[in-house]
Design a protein around this ligand. Structure first.
Ligand code: ZN
Length: 497
């Protein structure tokens, strides 16, 4: 029998320490049959549609809303989303559905709803009125997952890799699991456990400890316990200050809940043993510059300067000038940085290529962290900022698909340092970002990258040395310096015992 499955998506990683608010207009929204345009684009939505076709589901596409990471989401955004989803869900439920598949992030927060994903699951569960409608889908590894969310759902699978090169694969696994739940005569339960830890983004690459070993342990548990369908490891998103912020684990089991609970406890114990390993606070920019100069002098290039405090993928503005100014001060030419500044791009619009003059750019977003700089620059090029990902399985594909829009762009040069000015902040997760604008990354001495770890899939293969530095910015890795209020205490590293 063909199974009817409702699909919806709500995807945002919310940085609650930013002063900005994220309105409904910041979300790109697909409705109804627009879902099917995602087919084959490498996104999680493409992943679920692929399995839906394979398993012969009758798909009911409803609404998918997504925005890049940014400040606290306005309450009416969530209600707008719900006002569109609710009638679609009610009519689908009336006609009968077997499952609901949700494409979620897991670290969203609105002005008054600290756990919108949990609220969404709760409202959908209430609409379904105890009917055996399974709720499943896919979640980001950075989700701050609540017990309430976990217990209201049956079939969620989280990304297992950071950088998220497996987002589409995880979405496919989530769809396979939902299919298994819908066709099984057993009803699974989802268990949740949290060890009281929060880690900065710099500490949660799955290529390094502690995440590498935690993911390995989770796979071991899945292999050795046939009743446990999936074990998810959530590294947490430290810049969303909510009661549920922190590392957590979930397990979906068709068997004895006690067995799954025991398995989750072993993950909590391992995370606690390794909690210092995940609390990675980098060195200052000034302290690594001598090493960078020596590497450049030896021709061991490109050298990467990674600036997680302005991590665009983590919600930062992408306009801080710290690295650019350090390159100028230390006369490190043949280098490049990307700075988001639509005002500067607009100023350059009327200028001819080759124009030389004084330009003020960057540092506009928040006076607590930076202020604009003014330098004499040469205008090298302008563009509409469109490019296609070179790596269709990149972290960026998981968020945006393969066609990227940086808005109108300009490339300027000062003292051999190229600055790609963008109008829409764009995470540096694909080499096509620079190459599409005439900057050949492999030929540079130094590249400034506003990221934590998700740039590595793109940049590691071409990089000789990489230095992650601590600068002043909203995505600092020093969590103890942030004014947490909502997070459940005690929690490491805010409360060290
Ligand atoms: Zn993530």
């Amino acid at each position: 029998m063909r199974r009817r499955v409702l699909i919806a998506g709500l995807f945002h990683e919310t940085h609650t320490f930013l002063t900005e608010r994220t309105p409904w207009s910041a979300f790109s929204v697909r409705r109804g049959n627009e879902f099917f345009a995602a087919r084959g684009d490498g996104s999680p939505l493409a992943g679920v549609l692929e399995i839906a076709d394979e398993r012969g589901w009758d798909v009911i596409p409803t609404i998918d809303a997504r925005a890049t990471p940014s400040g606290t989401v306005e309450d009416n955004t969530f209600e707008q989303f719900w006002s569109e989803l609710r009638p679609a869900a009610e009519s689908a439920l009336q006609q009968g559905i077997a499952g609901i598949y949700l494409v979620l992030h897991g670290a969203m927060a609105t002005e008054t709803i600290s756990d919108p994903e949990g609220e969404l699951a709760r409202r959908l569960r209430a609409l379904a009125r105890g009917d055996e409608v399974s709720i499943g889908g896919v979640l980001d590894l950075h989700g701050n997952i609540s017990r309430e969310f976990a217990e209201a759902t049956q079939a969620f699978v989280a990304y297992r890799k950071n950088p998220h090169t497996d987002a589409c694969e995880a979405a496919r696994d989530g769809a396979r699991l939902l299919d298994r739940v819908m066709t099984s005569d057993r009803w699974p339960v989802t268990l949740h456990a949290a060890p009281g830890i929060v880690w900065p983004p710099t500490g949660v690459s799955t290529q390094d400890e502690p995440m590498r070993v935690l993911e390995e342990l989770a796979r071991d548990i899945e292999r050795t316990h046939p009743d446990i369908a999936v074990v998810n490891v959530f590294a947490s998103y430290s810049f969303a200050d909510t009661p549920d912020t922190g590392v957590s684990f979930t397990a979906v089991t068709f068997g004895d809940p006690a067995e799954a609970r025991h398995a989750l406890q072993s993950l909590c114990d391992e995370a606690t043993r390794r909690r210092e390993q995940g609390n990675v606070v980098p060195l200052s920019l000034d302290s690594v510059l001598p090493a960078i100069q020596a590497e450049v002098a030896r021709g061991e290039t490109p050298v990467l300067i990674v600036e997680p405090s302005d991590n665009i993928g983590g919600g930062a503005p992408g306009d801080l000038t710290h690295v650019f100014r350090a390159l100028v001060a230390n006369q490190i030419g043949n280098s490049a940085v990307v700075i988001n500044d639509p005002i500067a791009v607009a100023k350059l619009r009327s200028k001819p290529i080759g124009w030389i003059g004084s330009l003020t750019f960057g540092g506009r977003s928040d006076p607590r962290f930076d202020s604009p700089v003014t330098y004499e620059v040469e205008l090298l090029s302008t563009s509409d900022g469109q490019f296609t990902l070179e790596d269709r399985h990149s972290h960026l594909a998981s968020m945006c698909g393969v066609q990227i829009d940086m808005g109108p762009c300009a490339v300027v040069k000062h003292a051999g340092i190229r600055v790609l000015l963008t109008s829409r902040k764009t995470p540096p997760f694909d080499l096509g970002q620079l190459r599409s604008q005439g900057i050949i990354p492999e030929s540079l001495s130094v590249i400034g990258v506003k990221a934590a770890v998700a740039h590595r899939q793109a940049y590691d293969p071409i990089t000789k040395h990489s230095h992650t530095v601590n600068t002043l910015g909203p995505c600092t890795s020093d969590l103890r310096s942030l004014p947490f209020e909502q997070i459940r205490r005690p929690i490491f590293p805010l409360d060290r015992s």
